[in-house]
Ligand binder design. Structure first.
Ligand SMILES: [Zn+2]
Length: 309
């Protein structure tokens, strides 16, 4: 199963190179390709649009990276393929805790890049999304951690981790090795705030059963750094008409998207508004009650008092 999964990743590049699938329609036509029907008729597909209000809060969710399993590579193989940039990273184990409270363990296989992002947040596409692809310990599919990068919402600044991919941008060869600090980067991320849902690979064959964890925190990236990626895809008319290498968002089809327990200002405002509305409703009800019952009695007493006087 592990071989078939890695094979799918390798096949992805081969298909793209052969023109079997591309991003001219951002994946809308992939389901018509033989062997990739799930891309068109699957019910738990990725990516999706994310938000705060329609996600179900769960205090059980957790991403637990196992200490000293992810490493900072002194040399790691990185490759610039037709449809992505991919770095092979065979070290790293994590435990995911799901909404049900159940847990599963995974190991890292590789990470790769999409620009613009595949998942969107309230309809907003981030500049770039990185996918850390994990398998179960037996090699079967799988779990992905998604990390957003954006100049506006993450900060327009040089990202040291992105800089470690620089050897890819010069020279003629596509496979390079370089220092890649995977452990240091992952440890620097906020793993407490994220969305969790069941989805799929975002490239053919769009295999389902993937446990997605998409981090809420957005990372910085500079104009110069982003330009290296957009030169390959979104600003390259020769690559799928310059449509980027991101699949369009998919229908939820009734799936529940969970979010870890984070403090959301929008939710606080909503709570205050609802509290004020509830208070006003109570006052209105009491006023009506007073007018219909208590007030006539008082008026009667007042009349009696006046008559006595
Ligand atoms: Zn991906």
């Amino acid at each position: 199963m592990f071989k078939s999964f890695i094979g799918a990743c390798i096949a992805t590049a081969a298909f793209a190179a052969d023109g079997v699938f591309d991003y001219k329609k951002n994946g809308a036509d992939w389901g018509t390709l033989a062997g990739n029907e799930l891309c068109g008729n699957g019910s738990e597909q990725s990516p999706i649009n994310l938000n705060d209000w329609l996600s179900m809060e769960s205090k059980d969710l957790a991403i637990n990276l196992k200490a000293n399993t992810y490493i900072d590579y002194t040399t790691a193989s990185m490759e610039k393929k037709g449809d992505t940039v991919i770095v092979t990273t065979p070290n790293g184990e994590m435990e995911l805790v799901f909404n049900s409270g159940s847990t599963s363990e995974f190991k890292l296989a590789q990470f790769h890049v999409h620009a613009p992002s595949e998942h969107t947040y309230r309809g907003y596409s981030y500049d770039l999304e990185m996918h850390f692809v994990h398998t179960y310990l037996d090699g079967s599919l799988g779990a992905v951690i998604g990390v957003f990068f954006d100049r506006e919402r993450g900060g327009d600044g040089d990202n040291l981790f992105i800089d470690q991919l620089n050897p890819l941008w010069t020279g003629t060869g596509t496979v390079r090795t370089n220092k890649v600090n995977v452990e240091g980067f992952l440890d620097s991320l906020n793993m407490n705030e994220f969305w969790s849902y069941d989805g799929s690979l975002t490239t053919p064959p769009c295999t389902e059963g993937i446990k997605w964890s998409v981090l809420k925190e957005v990372q910085p990236i500079s104009d110069v750094q982003l330009a290296h990626f957009t030169a390959l895809w979104a600003n390259n008319a020769a690559y799928a008409g310059g449509n980027g290498n991101n699949r369009e968002v998919q229908s939820l089809n009734g799936r529940i998207v969970y979010k870890s327990n984070w403090s959301d200002p929008a939710n606080k405002i909503a709570t205050i508004v609802l509290g004020v509305l509830f208070g006003l409703t109570l006052i209105a009800l009491c006023t009506v009650c007073c007018m219909m019952k208590a007030c006539p009695n008082r008026l009667g007493l007042a009349k009696k008092a006046a008559a006595t006087a």
